[in-house]
Write a protein that binds this ligand. Sequence first.
Ligand SMILES: *Cc1c(COP(=O)(O)O)cnc(C)c1O
Length: 396
Amino acid sequence: MMLTTIAPPATGRPRVPLAPVLSRASFVSGGLPQPPSVLDAGAVRLVTSGRIAIALALREMGIRAGDSVLVPAYHSMSMVAPVLACGARPQFYKVGADAAIDLADVASKLDASVKAIMVTSYFGFPQPLAAVRAFCDRHGIALLEDCAHAFFGRHGGRSLGSWGDYAIASSMKFFPIYEGGALVSARHALTTPAPHSAGLGFEAKAALNALENSFSWRRLPLVHAALWLPLRVKALVWRLVKRGGAPALTPSSSDSSYEFDPRWLDKRSSFFSRQVLGHASHGRIVVRRRANYTELANALGSLPGCRPLHAQLPEGTCPWLFPLLVDDPEPLVQRLLAAGVPMTRFAETLWPGVDASVCANSVHLSRHVLGFPCHQELQPDEMAWLIDAIDKAVCT
Ligand SMILES: *Cc1c(COP(=O)(O)O)cnc(C)c1O
């Protein structure tokens, strides 16, 4: 055996950004047309996270204590907490091997307590929404279309977000922002009052966190230079404020937590996030994500022991991540982390009690799907590095 490095694996900082980071290019449309997004579906409330939007949607539906809400067994924990917060009972339904909703299982779970169903278009790939819509109409239950992974896209001739009675989005998964989610309805007037600002501290922190994240990835060098002094001053003030035991200025939803904090129900997304949402090139987001997804699929699609969760990227789909199904995840994950490859393991932790007896496919997907970034802000050298690093980790 050859002598190789004996240094411990560098599992520190990822080498390319997992999520979008602000750059000058974020705002350059290059003449691309504006693609449809969930915000076009109807009335909108811009809030600080997707989970807050879920809670507001359930409230709009009139979900109360004693009601049941059908939730996919393949889920993020942040989808379940809002159901419990309104006193309802989550009931978990099965998905297929490709994460498609199992309507036969859903039908078997219907009873008088079931008032609504949450349906997620995982990784941006649409569920069979026409069939789901017809099912909900037939059985008189409300449809909450979870577009947390599908901010953009069309399916069955309609934009995503327009199939549900209500839809939610997690804007921070698609835009270079620190916080942001949306509640939308194409079918009902919203009774949720317009949310209001969470205050200057929140507004400042939302802007600075997005900018500092961008600087840390060497984007926006001129802005960084111009803001060098104000940022030093800010860091000093922040330390003093923290010493005074200030309350959290931003929601924990922005820090990879699954918690649900009802104090954010009436708070509006920050001015900064709303500006980025409005002025970033939406066309570029869709085009770049599709191109990066395709590059990853072509380069990694036929490596041994893994295959893309979806064989095709349908027209009109804007992917959140590139989901790769791997046979033997744990050793591979260790090698990827050691190499600094960022990834998201969606649904890695399922709600307590959701095991193979509830849905074997969900448990399998939660362990075997690795989601690699394909976002619009990955630069060509970063894409090349990512592909090479994954290739090496798989083929070791
Ligand atoms: C992230 C996510 C949510 C919640 O969005 P947050 O903005 O993190 O609150 C809801 N559903 C799914 C499928 C998600 O991945």
